[in-house]
Design a protein around this ligand. Structure first.
Ligand SMILES: Cc1cc2nc3c(=O)[nH]c(=O)nc-3n(C[C@H](O)[C@H](O)[C@H](O)COP(=O)(O)O)c2cc1C
Length: 212
């Protein structure tokens, strides 16, 4: 599949078919994670692949209480959203209530001792802390698309890391960075994602100065 087609149509899939992912296909998607860069090539990322029904249900049960306050906030008018976002809310709500039915869940883990953040002395949240982890995640999403599989990157469950670690027997020195869902999508892939034009996010020489 052409690279630009993959880049422009790797969307967040929230509706899946009840169809098992073939083992060689799944292995190719997971293998893509290995090729992401990491600081000092320390390769801190590891993956837990979850297909067991009981475990998937347990993860759904951890996810829902984190998701539901958001829906309530919108319903009660505390959180304002656009018409487009209200479609997303409907889709994300369906997703949250059906996580256990998605064929494969991937818990992305990282050994924090190996992530090498260079911005921890600044008076702000570390961004570099994730920089050795999320290239592997994006590789999985893109590889899934190239295999005609849908995927969704989620981070809500990171808020209940101790419970997730217990469920999946993740060692003490390993943290959780995301959960990726994987399966055959129910709907067609989008032709193009909804993203800002390049003129709104790419500057020349100085921030804010036109480059194109
Ligand atoms: C860091 C990150 C965390 C996200 N967490 C969640 C999540 O917990 N639940 C969810 O339904 N979607 C999650 N998303 C998906 C975003 O909502 C989605 O990427 C965005 O709305 C754009 O939609 P698209 O990917 O289909 O273009 C997350 C995306 C990112 C990049």
């Amino acid at each position: 599949m052409e690279l630009n087609t993959v880049l422009q149509s790797t969307y967040t899939c929230r509706y899946y078919r009840d169809k098992t992912i073939e083992e060689p296909k799944l292995k190719r998607v997971l293998d893509a994670a290995r090729w992401g860069p990491s600081g000092g090539n320390r390769q801190p990322v590891s993956l837990v692949v979850i297909r067991d029904q009981k475990k998937k249900l347990a993860l759904q049960e951890l996810y829902l209480p984190l998701w539901e306050p958001y829906v309530k906030g919108v319903e009660e008018g505390d959180i304002k959203i656009s018409a487009r976002d209200s479609n997303m809310l409907r889709d994300a709500d369906h997703f949250a209530r059906n996580i256990a039915k998605i064929p494969v869940l991937i818990k992305v883990c990282a050994r924090l001792g190996d992530v090498h953040p260079t911005d921890t002395n600044l008076d702000r949240l570390s961004i570099v802390g994730g920089a050795s982890i999320y290239p592997a995640v994006q590789n999985i999403l893109l590889a899934a698309r190239s295999e005609n599989l849908g995927s969704a990157l989620t981070t809500l469950l990171c808020a209940v890391e101790p419970e997730v670690k217990k469920l999946l027997e993740i060692p003490e020195d390993v943290s959780t960075a995301a959960m990726i869902t994987l399966g055959y999508p129910l709907k067609d892939f989008p032709k193009k994602l909804n993203r800002k034009p390049i003129e709104e996010m790419c500057w020349g020489e100085n921030y804010g100065k036109k480059v194109f």
